[in-house]
Write a protein that binds this ligand. Structure first.
Ligand code: FAD
Length: 364
């Protein structure tokens, strides 16, 4: 069998690309080395609860076309992401807003909150931040930094904030309204039947082979063009070295209780709690099941062979990625796409936009 496109990876990028090309009459084969489709947005059903296996995923976008696009494949609910943060025995709303400030300082008005923050920033007197700690204090003052940023960031990066460069944090938005909606986007929600069904619908009528590693079958499949959504450095056998990532470890547990924490996302911001957050999956879909499933999320150092999550886009890795891109440009009939192929953190809406623009480039 001869294919127009071999698509490596049944994640969001691969599924959107395959769908669009199939709609245009092209013959596509999608392969994935995992046992399931949907890549990192995979949700598995446990007792009627959709569990986000590779980390909590909330769909949000300001792009109306992308919102209409995903709504063709699933129905979204009205979920609004409003995480809370636990620091010792204190609990605060996120993102940093008037609910947070009011609880922290017992104040009511934006003027009072601004006055406290500005006073703390003035007192710290940081002009040229030498590290992440100084940068954060310069932006939000000492209280918000100490309680809500310091320990969490330290766990995320596995290093003290004084040892991290200032540029990691460019902005720390402060909201002087009583608004707990984490995202500023116009459209937001969670698929009522989980993300896996959405991707299943995208892949309807397309040949998909699971548990199929590209490197084991590359010589057996005849395709004009390969769209590769795995890690770009792996494709080239790491000849120039390994790109680095931050990784995550998930500890998932089913609990015999109806409601464990009352919210889908609870961040743990103190350094002495080893996990960064606990996800209670049923709250993403307003589940009423008698049991619940929670996931503790730990941030971890990435080693080759482990699941890569967040690319480390520092100058060293960006330079290495650029060199791999140069190798990629010399190949005929090969496209690199998605978060691993392009070594970039993409939200889901951006990955869809990127796949659709890749489809457009194929029309030329
Ligand atoms: P993937 O989903 O990783 O798909 C790539 C696929 O390629 C995988 O299934 C893999 O098995 C397969 N593959 C790799 N190598 C091979 C090979 N050699 N042979 C065969 N198959 C191979 N975005 C949001 O919009 N909202 C969120 O709330 C959000 N939360 C996130 C939370 C976390 C912890 C992370 C890490 C990301 C989050 N994202 C979120 C981003 C979202 O996960 C990505 O946008 C999306 O998953 C990218 O899809 P992809 O197709 O590029 O990659």
């Amino acid at each position: 069998m001869k294919y127009d496109y071999l698509i490596v990876g049944a994640g969001l990028f691969g599924a959107v690309f395959a769908r669009e090309m199939t709609n245009m009459g092209r013959k596509c084969l999608v392969i994935d080395k995992r046992k399931h489709i949907a890549g990192n947005i995979y949700t598995e059903e446990i007792d009627g609860i959709y569990v986000h296996r590779y980390g909590a995923h909330i769909f949000h976008t300001s792009d109306k076309k992308i919102w209409e696009y995903v709504n063709r494949y699933t129905e979204f609910n009205q979920y609004i992401n409003s995480p809370v943060a636990v620091y010792g025995d204190e609990l605060y709303n996120l993102p940093f807003n008037m609910n947070t400030f009011s609880k922290m300082w017992g104040i009511k008005t934006p003027a009072e909150a601004k006055e406290i923050i500005e006073r703390q920033i003035r007192k710290a007197g940081i002009k040229e931040p030498a590290n992440l700690e100084e940068q954060a204090i310069r932006l939000v003052g000492t209280d918000v930094y100490e309680k809500l940023i310091k320990g969490y960031t330290q766990k995320q990066w596995g290093r003290k904030c004084t040892e991290l460069p200032a540029f990691i944090i460019k902005r720390l938005p402060l909201r002087f309204t009583y608004d707990n909606n984490y995202f500023n986007d116009r459209y937001q929600g969670i698929p009522v039947d989980g993300y896996t069904k959405m991707v299943e619908k995208m892949l309807e009528g397309i040949e998909v082979r699971l548990e199929t590693d590209y490197f084991q079958v590359r010589n057996e499949i005849d395709a004009d063009t390969t769209v590769y959504t795995g890690p770009i450095d792996e494709y080239f056998g790491y000849t120039l070295g390994h790109l680095q990532y931050r990784s995550l470890r998930f500890e998932t547990e089913k609990l015999d209780c109806e409601n464990y924490q009352g919210n889908a996302v609870v961040n743990y911001t103190a350094a002495d709690v080893p996990y960064t957050r606990i996800i209670e999956h049923k709250h993403f879909t307003f589940g009423k099941q008698p049991v619940t499933v929670i996931t503790r999320e730990y941030s971890s150092e990435w080693k080759p062979g482990e699941e890569p999550y967040y690319p480390v886009n520092d100058s060293k890795n960006t330079e290495l990625y650029r060199k791999y891109q140069e190798l990629a440009e010399q190949e005929q009939g090969l496209i690199f796409g998605g978060r691993l192929g392009q070594y970039q953190y993409f939200d889901m809406d951006k990955v869809i936009a990127s796949a659709l623009s890749c489809v457009e480039s194929q029309k030329k």
